[in-house]
Design a protein around this ligand. Structure first.
Ligand code: AMP
Length: 253
């Protein structure tokens, strides 16, 4: 099992490097995780990282990290605009997201592989990702598409709580912490993500439907799409993910 690397290169960009390289178990795995907000992509990415060594690259984490790291420091105008959009539940402009990902191209070239979580989210981003990967001769292995009904997504989002310190994720009904309101791992008070508030989460679900669902066809046409039923416990979904992914990879060999 591989613990999640610190992902400094991804979270900070620039000259930052990770304290240790991702360790691949076997050939590097390079996948995109696709699915609506609240479907559990982040949870699955953490589980898949533990067994494959591929690093979770979440664009949302870059924005959340910038917000906390910059407390008291001025943000660039583009990052300011990005955090405002995030607060409202809207998408950050493609140009901003693509500039951040391009700056982190070394993470896509990482010999440990990658799991992109929350990127791409629009067809423009998917086309740009294709170009970046082709220029760097990095193949994409699969796009795992997690599926859940709108009603269940709303329940998952409303009950989600996170630890702002160690990033552990809980759910008030299905995965409560041992002590109410406190992280099991580090004891910090749990918070609700700003964009999980009802006003913002309604916007996020609508934005997903309009901007991100076209990617299902986009990747289906490229024979990369792998469907995963996201009902049930994280472990059950993880087992389904592994089975579906292995079946897909076997067809490519
Ligand atoms: P996530 O953690 O993936 O749910 O992302 C949280 C928020 O960050 C989103 O609701 C957007 O405001 C912003 N964001 C993250 N990734 C992207 C992306 N690829 N394109 C546009 N906005 C993004």
């Amino acid at each position: 099992m591989n613990p999640q690397p610190d992902r400094a290169a991804w979270l900070l960009g620039g000259d930052a490097s990770c304290s240790r390289e991702s360790g691949a178990n076997g050939p590097p795995l390079r996948i995109v995780l696709l699915g609506a907000p609240g479907v559990g992509k982040g949870t699955q990415a953490a589980l898949l990282t533990a067994t494959t060594g591929a690093c979770q690259l979440s664009t949302g984490d870059i924005f959340r990290h910038a917000k906390h790291a910059a407390a008291g420091e001025p943000l660039s105008p583009a990052m300011h605009q990005a955090l405002d959009a995030m607060h409202r539940g809207e998408l950050v402009p493609d140009a901003t997201v693509l500039a951040l990902v391009t700056e982190r191209i070394h993470c896509l070239r990482c010999p440990g592989g990658f799991m992109l979580d929350g990127f791409p989210r629009t067809v423009v981003q998917a086309e740009a990702l294709d170009r970046l990967l082709a220029e760097n001769r990095v193949p994409l292995d699969a796009v795992l598409r997690y599926e859940l009904s709108l009603e269940e997504l709303a329940v998952r989002i409303a009950g989600r709580r996170t630890c702002p310190h160690c990033k552990a994720v809980y759910h008030m009904q299905t995965k409560p912490p041992r002590v109410a309101g406190c992280c099991d791992h580090c004891g910090h008070p749990l918070v609700q993500r700003e964009d999980d508030r009802p006003e913002a989460s309604r916007v996020r679900l609508a934005v997903y439907e309009k901007s991100t669902t076209p990617l299902i066809d986009y990747y289906d046409r490229r024979h990369l799409l792998v469907h995963v039923d996201a009902h049930g416990t994280p472990e059950a979904v993880y087992r389904r993910s592994r089975t579906a992914l292995h079946a897909h990879l076997a067809t490519k060999r």
